[in-house]
Design a protein around this ligand. Structure first.
Ligand code: NDP
Length: 449
């Protein structure tokens, strides 16, 4: 049968769906990559005949385990933990840990799949993985979070190591959780080694890691704008989320002369037409990182409006930075954004735009920086944390920021190389192909493994 017939996108996807029933987020992530890769490999038998895309659509392994812990009332609680080790062709598995009540195997498989391409784009030697649990840290005491993290790491440590798999933070896993998990790893393994990234500065962490994902997303937008001889000065920006990525996205936009008018959390969004300046951002950091409060408190202090249960995409803007979670922008949101004059989207979150929204961006030739390119700054600095741990030294803030800036510029360059079209750049196609080629070449070199 001719290749085109066997491997049409629909046939490829129907096989994938049959093998992974009900895993909608995973289907969505693979589809988004396959639509770029299948046409690219059509006349490249080395990738096609060696079934590279098919092999990359099957994680190396998935570990799932029970996590028992006791709450403050002494009740025994049971959650499920996972680690999806997706592909280690170009380096140890690397990717975050997510604690959120909606975590499923499908969500972690999509994130691990994306991570493989993202890590490849950074140019650093890192494979792709992701892990987490359906544990909900909201409303839990520090002691409960500590007991959960210790129990989670008691099993996870069998599967990770500085040359095997190096997890980091993600939604619901910040400095506090990484510290509890690293402490438990030390206790059990008796080995001080760079087995997690996002660590505290006193015990092997890297400067700029906290800022890196948000800063990187803004740097990526700066590069897309520069490619069109434009810049941030005076641009009105929408940011969603109010966690780690959102906070440092706002900070860097402010540094570069843009104005951020929205932030959100799982309860709703705030709109401040005056702009979220440095002082207001400090309030948000304290609210979310220390007091673990709700975004609605912002308007009680600074005015503006709070929109319960809504997302910010209907607010007119020049640029948008979705930084909360997956599938937070649908086709209707994208249409409104485009008709309001939005010129660019840089994804701080993973897969925040669904496929129908992406179709709208591409049709409008919007500057669309997909997550695997735009938010790769976080894992890039995690990679630099691993390097510093191996070398047993610490680089300065300026050195790290310079490296981060160069890495984001390099990712932009790869996207342009593979995604340049007549009069515009398809950054999604560019990122998918550039990320694929490096991993695929390593897999080819290894033979059938
Ligand atoms: P945080 O936990 O620090 O913040 C998450 C933010 O998103 C919070 O404001 C949270 O609101 C909001 N949120 C979570 N779930 C939902 C939902 N279902 N609907 C609406 N809002 C929601 O996470 P991060 O900032 O670290 O991560 C945000 C995104 O960025 C994720 O997609 C993550 O995978 C991605 N990312 C993170 C990296 C990192 O370095 N941290 C690296 C690369 C990607 P609430 O406060 O109400 O929970």
């Amino acid at each position: 049968m001719p290749y085109d017939t066997v491997h049409s996108l629909e046939e490829f996807m129907s096989g994938l769906k049959r093998r992974n029933p009900g895993e909608h987020e995973f289907h969505q992530a693979v589809y988004e990559v396959a639509q770029s890769i299948l046409p690219f490999i059509k006349d490249k038998p080395q990738y096609r005949d060696n079934q590279i895309l098919e092999r990359l659509s099957e994680p190396d392994r998935i570990i799932s385990f029970r996590v028992c812990w006791q709450d403050d009332e002494g009740q025994v609680r049971v959650n499920r933990g996972y680690r999806v080790q997706h592909c280690n062709a170009i380096g140890p598995y690397k990717g975050g840990i997510r604690f959120h009540h909606n975590v499923t195997q499908s969500i972690l498989k999509f994130l691990a799949f994306e991570q493989t391409f993202k890590n490849s784009l950074t140019g650093l030697p890192m494979g792709g993985g992701k892990g987490g649990s359906d544990f909900n840290p909201k409303g839990k005491s520090d002691a409960e979070v500590m007991r959960f993290c210790q129990s989670f790491m008691t099993e996870l440590r069998r599967h990770i190591g500085p040359y095997t798999d190096v997890p980091a933070g993600d939604i619901g896993v910040g400095a506090r959780e990484i510290s509890y998990m690293f402490g438990q790893y030390l206790r059990l393994q008796n080995e001080f080694t760079g087995v997690l990234t996002g660590k505290g500065l006193a015990f092997g962490g890297s400067l700029i890691r906290t800022e890196a994902t948000g800063y990187g997303a803004v740097y990526f937008m700066e590069d897309m704008l520069a490619h069109q001889n434009d810049g941030f000065e005076g641009k009105t920006c929408l940011v969603s989320g109010s966690g780690n990525v959102a906070q440092f996205t706002v900070e860097k936009i402010n540094h570069l002369g843009g104005k951020v008018v929205t932030l959100s959390d799982s309860g709703g969004f705030i709109h401040d037409p005056e702009g979220i300046n440095e002082e207001k951002l400090e309030f948000i950091k304290d609210l979310k990182n220390n007091r673990r409060g709700r975004i609605s408190e912002y308007t009680e202090k600074y005015g503006g409006t709070y929109h319960e249960g809504e997302r910010p995409w209907a607010v007119p803007c020049d640029l948008a930075f979705p930084c909360a979670t997956q599938n937070e922008i649908g086709a209707d949101d994208a249409k409104v954004m485009i008709s309001n004059g939005c010129k660019g989207v840089a994804e701080g979150a993973n897969m925040p735009s669904d496929q129908a929204a992406i179709d709208q961006y591409l049709e409008a030739h919007l500057m669309y920086g997909p997550s695997k390119a735009a938010n790769a700054g976080g894992v890039a600095v995690s990679g630099l944390e691993m390097t510093q741990n191996s070398m047993r030294l610490s680089w300065t803030r300026d050195e790290l920021d310079t490296r981060l800036r160069e890495i984001m510029l390099g990712i932009h360059g790869q996207c342009v190389e593979y995604g340049q079209k007549e009069g515009w750049v398809n950054y999604l196609e560019g990122a998918n192909i550039a990320g694929f080629v490096k991993v695929a070449d390593a897999m080819l070199a290894y033979g059938v493994v």
